[in-house]
Design a protein around this ligand. Structure first.
Ligand code: FBP
Ligand code: MG
Ligand code: MG
Length: 336
């Protein structure tokens, strides 16, 4: 197993052969994401000193006020991936439609598309609480050298070839999978290098942390309400502890390390939940399953959901296997 002082660059090269499409293209793509993450990290760390906090003044396709850092991170990831001519298309939370990257050029033989949430946890930017970036990578389904199409992005999560996130927190970490386990790398800010700090990350099968915005409790399906009550009962190893940062990446990261469950159910205000299937739920579900955890909408495995729109939302339950099983049990028994 790789040593703790291995750099991300070395790890990518060393593990290239464990990836079934060993063309090196995916390695170069993950390296480009690493680079863009460092650029964004540099800006995040200066938030409050430079004019990067607050709203950018536009509303994105989600109907949300775009934050300056949303726009900055979006630009940096798209620029970095475009300049390196490493993908044929990008879809982003901050872009109405997918962005074709010179895919009309028949010489562009790039095989991958990337779906990205450039800045996750936007409501926490101005208050110095950890935020993140989430990415999901697929092989295109249309022929290389032809214009990239919507169908290249609307693929089931089970078709992902890689997924990961960056968490900009007390330290900056990049955590990813290519379908062969989950590994975490911590940035040494002094030299700008990511080092393998968390090899083979796995969710404990059980945990005692539940993460949900209880402010929406009255609006939740009955099954979720019953599960939350179950978490709060004085019985056995319960009550569990409630922890909710309000940044999916950070809540997921903590729960993967300590054991826990994250839930963003649907409700009358969010009839399909809030989180986006393609660039939030699918990548986190791939990581969760690769780390022995589980992810669903309460009934259906997240990665089996057939996508129909670029920005579609789905209810999301994700975390320690036995905790997600229990929540699903309550959903089956009590439903909506
Ligand atoms: O404030 P709420 O409704 O609890 O929502 C918090 C959730 O929304 C998100 O901020 C949505 O992500 P974005 O910030 O990328 O839009 C998640 O990170 C987080 O878990
Ligand atoms: Mg997000
Ligand atoms: Mg976002």
């Amino acid at each position: 197993m790789a040593g703790k002082n291995q750099t991300l660059g070395e790890f990518i090269i060393e593990n290239q052969d464990s990836f079934k499409y060993t063309s090196g293209e995916l390695s170069r793509l993950i390296n480009s994401i690493r680079l863009a993450a460092k650029v964004v990290n540099h800006e995040v760390n200066k938030a409050g000193l430079v004019d990067i906090t607050g709203a950018a003044g536009d509303i994105n396709i989600q109907g949300e006020d775009q934050q300056k850092l949303d726009v900055y991170a979006n630009d940096k990831f798209i620029q970095t991936l475009t300049k390196r001519n490493i993908v044929c298309g990008i879809a982003s939370e901050e872009e109405d439609d997918f962005v074709a990257i010179n895919s009309q050029d028949e010489n562009n033989q790039n095989k991958y598309v990337v779906l990205i949430d450039p800045l996750d946890g936007s409501s926490n930017i101005d208050v110095n609480v950890s935020v993140g970036t989430i990415f999901s990578i697929f092989r295109r389904v249309t022929p290389a050298g032809t214009p990239v199409k919507l169908e290249d992005f609307l693929q089931k999560g089970s078709k992902q070839v890689a997924a990961g996130y960056v968490v900009y927190g007390t330290s900056t970490m990049l955590v990813y999978t290519t379908g062969d386990g989950v590994n975490g790398f911590t940035l040494n800010p002094a030299i700008g290098t990511f080092y393998l700090s968390h090899p083979n990350m796995t969710f404990p099968e059980d945990g005692n942390i539940y993460s949900v915005n209880e402010g929406n409790y009255l609006d939740f399906p009955l099954g979720i309400k019953k599960y939350i009550k179950y978490c709060q009962e004085e019985e056995g190893d319960r009550p569990y502890t409630s922890r909710y940062i309000g940044s999916l990446v950070s809540d997921f990261h903590r729960n993967m390390i300590k054991g826990g469950i994250y839930m963003y159910p649907k409700g009358s205000r969010n009839p399909n939940g809030k989180l986006r299937l393609l660039y939030e739920c699918n990548p986190m579900a791939f990581l969760a399953e690769q780390a022995n955890g589980k992810a669903s909408d309460g009934y259906v495995r997240t990665m089996d959901v057939e996508p129909t729109e670029l920005h579609q939302r789905v209810p999301f339950i994700c975390g320690s296997r036995n905790m997600v099983d229990k929540a699903e049990e309550f959903m089956r028994e009590f439903g909506e």
